[in-house]
Design a protein around this ligand. Structure first.
Ligand code: NAD
Ligand code: MG
Length: 386
């Protein structure tokens, strides 16, 4: 039995991870689950999977859950609870499915404790990719991508020599507003932005897909996962989300990974790697799809992607700041405090004021993250509150 712990078990990736696990009860044992505020769901998961430990966001929720916990299940809460689920048990693999750079310290703790990582929480790799990849190499643990594009590239590179990569291409569906011009984005609502054409995901990543910031985070994520320069990472619009991404080698041969859009496939590959197993997903039949479409990415239409490349190329603390300011901007958009187009304006405003620190240590990363959040809030207050 492979022991697994999940950070963010009640979210989109977390519940799909448990769905995969529930198909293989003889192969996987859940030893830790961390959720946020959804008490009903974490209770249900706790009773079904009987992990040694669970964690919730607050002390109040933990106190309530404790009265109902089965014998042998310890209940924790808050950031310390997340650290317990990440590193305080005998899991062999930790799936990081929590949202935002708050996943950084638990992920580092899991790596230091020698656990393999199924990495969904891309903000961690964006915020401190050099620290995460260095720690993983030193502790000899594998970082296994859960993000569909990175899982695709990871699969395409099996048995290949990474120094023979010419370029990789991340495909992008285009998000909820792919057919709109920038003028048509003025005044769009939160509900409109939350309607993703191909994937059902958490709110934050759905907004990130609409701004194309998600693809920007993925470009930086790919830089760290595969050790590629930013000139080697391209983005292509592919509305059907069938080709999940591809690698072009120095001989211009291209290897791609295809499938219907179903996150359980990349999630399962992160669990079974380097093996494969039958998946609870539908088969792709290309004759039914008929044709696939592609178009060039426009950096003018999607300035959020341009800002991501800019921050990645600057390096140091700039990607930390790119990510943190986006997290604040998206949270405020979801609350209705700022319009959709303010998101990229806020990120650009914060980046313009940031003095990049090269090769930052963890303390500097956390300071830059906090600084960027405060600066983003200041812009929200000064520019968007009447
Ligand atoms: P989600 O919002 O559906 O779920 C987030 C999870 O984190 C929930 O379980 C929530 O309770 C938990 N959480 C949030 N704050 C917490 C806290 N302070 N303490 C404990 N738990 C907390 O998000 P999601 O869509 O599942 O995305 C999770 C991560 O995976 C993100 O980094 C996202 O970018 C990445 N990702 C998601 C998808 C997808 O299809 N949903 C695809 C690729 C990558
Ligand atoms: Mg993705």
């Amino acid at each position: 039995m492979k022991k697994i712990s999940i950070l963010g078990s009640t979210g989109s990736i977390g519940t799909q991870t448990l769905d995969v696990i529930s198909h293989y009860p003889d192969l996987y044992q859940v030893v830790g689950l961390a959720g946020g505020h959804n008490l009903d769901l974490i209770r249900e998961q706790m009773n079904r999977f009987r992990p040694a430990m669970v964690s919730v966001a607050t002390r109040e929720l933990a106190e309530q859950l404790r009265t109902e916990a089965p014998a042998g299940t310890h209940v924790y809460y808050g950031p310390e609870g997340l650290m317990e689920i990440a590193a305080g048990n005998d899991a062999e693999l930790v799936v990081t499915a929590i949202v935002g750079s708050q996943g950084l310290e638990p992920t580092l703790a899991a790596i230091e404790a020698g656990k393999h990582i199924g990495l969904a929480n891309k903000e961690t790799l964006v915020s401190a990719g050099h620290l995460v990849t260095e720690a993983a190499a030193r502790r000899r643990v594998t970082l296994r991508p859960v993000d569909s594009e990175h899982s695709a590239i990871f699969q395409c590179l099996n048995g290949e020599n990474a120094s023979r990569i010419h370029k990789i291409t991340l495909t992008a569906s285009g998000g909820s507003f792919r057919d709109r011009t920038r003028e048509e984005l003025v005044g769009v609502t939160v509900q409109d932005a939350l309607k993703h054409p191909n994937w059902s995901m958490g709110a934050k990543i759905t907004i990130d897909s609409a701004t194309m910031v998600n693809k920007g985070l993925e470009v930086i994520e790919a830089h760290w996962f595969f050790g590629l320069s930013y000139d080697q990472i391209e983005v292509l619009i592919h509305p059907e989300s069938i080709i999940h991404s591809f690698v072009e080698f120095v001989d211009f041969s291209i290897i791609a990974q295809l499938g219907l859009p179903d996150m359980r496939v990349p999630i399962q590959y992160a669990l079974t790697y380097p093996d494969r197993m039958s998946a609870p997903a539908e088969r792709l039949r290309l004759s039914e799809i008929g044709k696939l479409n592609f178009s060039e990415m426009s950096f003018e239409r999607f300035p959020g992607l341009a800002l991501a490349y800019e921050s990645g190329r600057k390096g140091g603390t700039m990607p930390t700041v790119f990510n943190a300011s986006n997290e604040v901007a998206v949270a405020r958009f979801l609350q209705g405090a700022v319009p959709f187009l303010a998101i990229e304006e806020i990120i650009a405003g914060v980046m313009a004021k940031h003095h990049t620190v090269a090769s930052p240590d963890l303390g500097t990363i956390l300071d830059s993250d906090a600084w960027a959040r405060a600066e983003a809030e200041r812009i929200v207050k000064e520019s968007f509150t009447k």
